[in-house]
Design a protein around this ligand. Structure first.
Ligand code: SF4
Length: 324
């Protein structure tokens, strides 16, 4: 049995709105979410813009402190900003950002970019840096000559490979991947995804994979969680999530994505049309936050926020329809 290395309980992250008329008003970017990630597992966290998925990533990595709840990693509480975390926790949890163009220092060569985490975390002795950097480039399938290049001399996919090599430099156990392929050309997306899957197997890495691309999760994630306005609407093992989606929001998203096989067609939900746009996180609707868009909304949905209900096989859903 694999151990849970991440445990997130009732996590909340609120941001003050600011301004003298908005005293004590907050944007509830994350409003009470729970999930775990096992060693070697990928949890796909999916949602539209404003759902809270990126705030979740930044809170797990320590860029934001938490408002309430807890995050633990290998049994240690890590619900604080990065500067208050121990060096060993920082070494073990790495992040790959969406845009490699802005996450790499343009004035440093690839060698300098990869050397920095080796120095900070004392991964090897300085005389071994060249060999270690060559090994990291091998892992991401880049030629050794690339260590002398600057980011501006690399393509988008190559920059992301360098960013992945930098994350691997500290020999982490977990990586937060914030839309790692969405800024890249379609032609290199598959290469990066396959590389991430191979590296996960080789190093038994745990991934928290943030994306708005639900179809990508079918082949990447072990479990999928879908976020809506700061809460998890549904979380399930990938097969159960795609074959038996229970939340109307999940059904709506799945009904609108293209399928490429008869098997996928068989499980595609009937087309569900949502009403309207995602509300502002500043003005979250009362009751179920999806009630303003849900075609199945009932009177109760406008008043009572549904609780998460767990079905067989760890398939959990937050919807009154599932409790009736
Ligand atoms: Fe729709 Fe009501 Fe379920 Fe919310 S609780 S998803 S509004 S049916």
């Amino acid at each position: 049995m694999q151990e849970d290395i991440f445990k997130v309980n009732n996590l909340k992250k609120y941001f003050p709105i600011g301004g003298k008329d908005n005293k004590n008003k907050f944007v509830k970017a994350i409003d009470g979410i729970d999930f775990t990630i096992k060693s070697g597992e990928t949890l796909g966290l999916v949602g539209e813009s404003g759902s809270g998925k990126s705030t979740t990533a930044y809170t797990v990595i320590g860029m934001y402190g938490i408002t309430d709840g807890s995050i633990s990693f290998k049994g240690k509480d890590i619900g604080v900003e990065t500067n208050k975390r121990s060096l060993s926790i920082k070494r073990e949890i790495q992040m790959v950002f969406q845009d490699p163009g802005t996450s790499l220092n343009p004035q440093h060569t690839v060698y300098q970019i990869l050397e920095l985490p080796l120095k900070i975390h004392k991964i090897c002795s300085p005389k071994d840096y060249p060999n270690e950097i060559a090994r990291l480039l091998d892992m991401v399938e880049l030629p050794h000559e690339y260590m002398h290049k600057y980011p501006s001399m690399l393509g988008g996919g190559e920059k992301q490979m360098v960013a992945i090599a930098r994350a691997l430099a500290t020999r982490p156990s977990a990586i937060v991947l914030d839309e790692p392929t969405s800024a890249l050309d379609v032609s290199v997306q598959a290469k990066i995804i396959n590389m991430l899957l191979r590296l996960q197997k080789e190093m038994n890495l745990s991934y928290l994979f943030i994306t708005h691309d639900l179809s990508l999760m079918r082949n990447v994630a072990d479990r999928v969680a879908i976020m809506y306005l700061g809460k998890i609407a549904e979380i399930a093992p990938t097969e159960s999530f795609f074959k038996n989606p229970r939340h109307p929001y999940t059904q709506m998203l799945l009904s609108s994505i293209p399928v490429i096989s008869e098997e996928e067609e068989k499980y595609k939900p009937e087309r569900i049309h949502s009403q309207g746009e995602i509300p502002s996180p500043v003005n979250v609707p009362k009751g179920c936050s999806f009630n303003t868009r849900c075609p199945f909304s009932m009177d109760k949905c406008k008043e009572v926020d549904p609780q998460m209900i767990c079905f067989e096989g760890n398939h959990s859903v937050r919807c009154h329809l599932c409790s009736e």
